[in-house]
Design a binder for this molecule. Structure first.
Ligand code: MRU
Length: 382
């Protein structure tokens, strides 16, 4: 999508043809700074420190990270170590595992001389596919927004379709378009009136910092609200649909997404507001049935105790918002049970959040490997 009228992807090959460039998302919305990833260490740092974030972009960055590692050495041991280092960066978004397994399956049978070039080509393929996938999510989601608009008009409702979103499931969380935002951008571009309620998404404020930035750059009408306002807005009849992304959706349709998503789903159910989740099939984890088995990232309590922002002097700074010594707990994701989900908008169509329909769209290339089997056995033994 666009920044200052210029088209960007969130990750792209640099002019040297092997390193990659990203937009450093820790600086948004105040500064648009491009960072270059030249090594595996650069890639692991970018994911862990959230210069890049969002499930699909984490997957694409990991794929390039593996390619960068293999450029230096391409033997089996290096490949295994690089994979392990990337897997350890963030635990919840399953696209990370998906991308690395896909790369490893294709690279393992190749000779050391073939691997670096093929790894780069595969990473490019993963990035390009993400763009096409999100475009398709947009096409299917647009039909849904049109239907909601038509139903609203038939009931005598006026004004735009009012969509509440959480966190950032936009193009900056993917390679382009976004998952939850693709239908919104397409509706806006097609002349269908939409208005987005952007929920700020404490503690890291991805809604306020990134979604508001994206929508503003594309000219989509939006209003920022604090996370706690969502239930009230729904009660007041000011929300026509909730549309969020996912970091991992189980085979049975439980949706893991940014902390606070579950509360929005509960409020949506209580107020008869449809709650949709937009996700690529690469976010479906066929290895896990129940949402309680999704590993939930626990982040530093400092993110809860302090906020970062730009002061009136224009300088970026960090301020404390709680008494010194306060303990903070910071689970980064929660799970919305399938029963609260109205539907999943995938690149293959809109489906119900249930095992039968999910089985029909789940990624066909995702064969579990031995390592994944071992990891599962360990978590069951706990
Ligand atoms: O911690 P983050 O910023 O990586 O979390 C991102 C989200 O929770 C997104 O909603 C999710 O990854 C979907 S992105 C298309």
């Amino acid at each position: 999508m666009r920044i200052d009228g210029r088209h960007y992807r969130s990750i792209w090959l640099a002019e040297d043809g092997w390193s990659v460039e990203i937009i450093d998302q820790t600086k948004l919305p105040h500064v648009v700074e491009i960072a270059r990833l030249k090594t595996l260490a650069d890639a692991t740092h970018a994911i862990r420190a959230m210069l890049v974030r969002g499930a699909p972009l984490i997957g694409a960055t990991a794929a390039y990270g593996l390619a960068l590692a293999l450029r230096e050495r391409a033997d089996d041991a290096t490949m295994a170590e690089a994979r392990a280092a990337l897997m350890a960066t963030r635990p919840t978004a399953v696209n990370l595992r998906w991308a690395l397994e896909r790369m490893a399956r294709a690279l393992a049978p190749l000779s050391e001389s073939e691997r670096p070039h093929t790894a780069h080509r595969l990473a490019d393929e993963i990035a390009d596919e993400d763009v096409a996938t999100n475009r398709q999510i947009g096409v299917h989601g647009l039909k849904l927004i049109r239907k909601i608009a038509a139903d609203k008009a038939a009931r005598g409702g006026e004004g735009p379709v009012r969509i509440l979103t959480h966190c950032n499931a936009g193009w900056l969380a993917c390679v382009d378009w976004g998952t939850a935002t693709a239908p919104i951008y397409m509706a806006h571009d097609a002349g269908l009136a939409v208005h987005v309620w952007v929920s700020e998404t404490r503690p890291r404020n991805q809604g306020a910092a990134i979604t508001a930035f994206e929508l503003g750059q594309h000219g989509v009408p939006h209003t920022l609200v604090v996370d706690n306002a969502a239930g009230h807005l729904m009660q007041q009849g000011l929300v026509d649909m909730v549309l969020v992304g996912s970091d991992r959706t189980t085979a049975a349709g439980d949706v893991c997404n940014k902390i606070g998503t579950y509360l929005k789903a509960l409020a949506a159910r209580d107020n008869g507001v449809p709650f949709y989740v937009a996700l690529p099939s690469s976010t479906i984890d066929q290895e896990i049935e129940a949402g309680r088995d999704v590993p939930i990232e626990e982040r530093d309590g400092d993110e809860v105790l302090c906020v970062t922002g730009r002061g009136s002097d224009g300088a970026l700074g960090r301020v404390a918002i709680a008494p010194r010594g306060t303990k903070a707990r910071n689970p980064a994701f929660d799970v919305t049970p399938a029963r609260l989900v109205s539907g999943l908008i995938t690149e293959r169509g809109v489906i119900g959040a249930n095992a039968r329909e999910i089985g029909g769209v789940a990624d066909a290339s995702g064969k579990p490997d031995a390592r994944r089997g071992a990891a599962r056995a360990k978590s069951c033994a706990k």
